[in-house]
Design a protein around this ligand. Structure first.
Ligand code: GDD
Ligand code: MN
Length: 376
């Protein structure tokens, strides 16, 4: 048996430490968590285990239900995260909060098959693999509960992952897996906390240095509640592929921010034209109004796309918008300042313009992240 994941009397230090930590990310799953806990109890009889629910401050107060379970059974723990959203980030935090040698990730809604866990644990402890994946797409597995659209999207993403990231797995999109915690810990600093595809991230980041085995299972139907996957996960997926392809140099967030900025330029011209032609405003007023329109539309788009995981709501939107105006106004000075000094050295209009624009977008991006959509 492998040293790092050995358990038993000879490692007295480990007394009281479970062999397996089960990590369950939750968002609005209050009606599912108790059932999942009971099923884990049945499936893992004879194993020393714990379960860590990582809840992103669910409006339905899932964390409160979990806390109730935890008061009755010390194998249950709850991490309630405030001001953060994201499946991958929740899983990472959960695994890092455990000290069991083996960690599994399973959804709360009972779509994954918890009865596979003992088999996975056995293979992991026997040192036959570093990572065991619950797979829908090998013989014996299936995803019958998927509708046509979801099945198509899943197949497409799987193909892209295989070809572009050269991941040799039947089901790299799976959200059900178990791995050695020490191996996870090595990779953790390079993993993305954004998005849904934690397993793909783990495998792509490890670059072939993990021994992986897939175990077939049937992806079932959700017990209660609804899926949190929306069309935006496509964006997250794209971001992950981009990041892994460019060795984490290009971040999707920055690309989105810059794209929104380019859209803002179009908005600016459209508004300027309208103000001049339709409202007959003098140029300075028209230019000011157009800039205000562009900044507002940039703010809205960034709030929905670029920073959707930290989306501002309610009163925070007003505060954010005012701060965004401020950030962008300073950004404009930086833009013009840099453009002027470049033009002074080298009077090439497009070079000076591009240098100014780059300065502006980098400034706006950095300052927006610090002040407008800041992590709490
Ligand atoms: N903490 C936290 N934060 N948990 C989340 C969040 C979040 O932002 N979003 C979703 N979850 C939790 C859900 O509560 C659920 O327990 C689990 O993550 C999976 O979310 P679902 O919304 O049920 O996703 P799905 O069923 O459509 O897709 C799942 O299964 C696929 C197949 O294995 C996911 O695990 C996919 O990643 C996976 O490909
Ligand atoms: Mn689900």
């Amino acid at each position: 048996m492998n040293d790092a994941i050995r358990s038993g009397p000879e490692s007295s230090l480990q007394a009281g430490t479970p062999q397996l930590s089960v990590i369950v990310p939750t968002f609005n799953e209050r009606d599912n968590v108790a059932t999942l806990f009971r099923r884990l109890e049945t499936a893992l009889a004879g194993v020393s285990w714990e379960v860590i629910f990582v809840d992103d401050n669910s409006p339905d107060q899932t964390w409160d239900v979990v806390r109730g379970l935890a008061r009755r059974d010390s194998r249950v723990r709850c991490i309630r995260r405030i001001g953060r959203r994201g499946l991958s980030g929740a899983c990472i935090e959960g695994i890092l909060a455990s000290s069991a040698p083996c960690a599994a990730v399973i959804d709360a809604d009972l779509q994954h098959d918890e009865t596979q866990l003992p088999k996975m644990l056995e293979l992991l402890q026997a040192g036959q693999a570093d990572l065991l994946i619950g797979s829908r797409y090998i013989a014996g597995g299936s995803a019958e509960s998927f509708n046509k659209q979801r099945a198509g999207a899943s197949a497409l993403a799987t193909e892209v992952a295989k070809r572009v990231l050269r991941v040799k797995l039947a089901d790299p999109m799976s959200g059900f897996f178990m791995m050695r915690r020490d191996r996870f810990e090595e990779l953790a600093p390079q993993l993305s906390t954004q998005g849904f595809k934690i397993l793909l991230d783990v495998v792509a980041t490890a670059r072939g240095n993990l021994r992986v085995k897939e175990i077939p299972y049937t992806f079932g139907a959700r017990l209660h509640g609804e899926s949190k996957l929306d069309s935006m996960v496509a964006l997250d997926f794209l971001g992950l592929v981009l990041a892994k392809l460019t060795n984490d140099v290009v971040s999707l967030r920055f690309l989105l921010f810059a794209t929104v900025g380019s859209i803002g330029l179009l908005v600016h011209f459209a508004a300027l034209y309208t103000a001049l032609e339709a409202f007959d405003l003098p140029f300075p007023e028209a230019q000011g109004a157009a800039a205000l329109c562009a900044m507002t539309s940039n703010f809205v788009l960034n709030n929905f796309l670029t920073y959707r995981d930290q989306r501002l709501r309610g009163l925070a939107v007003v505060r954010g918008l005012v701060l965004f105006y401020l950030v962008c106004s300073v950004g404009l000075f930086a833009n013009v300042g840099v453009a002027f000094s470049v033009y002074d050295q080298e009077p090439i209009w497009w070079l000076a313009g591009a240098a100014g624009a780059l300065m502006g977008v980098v400034w706006n991006y950095a300052m927006s992240g610090l002040f407008v959509w800041r992590k709490r």
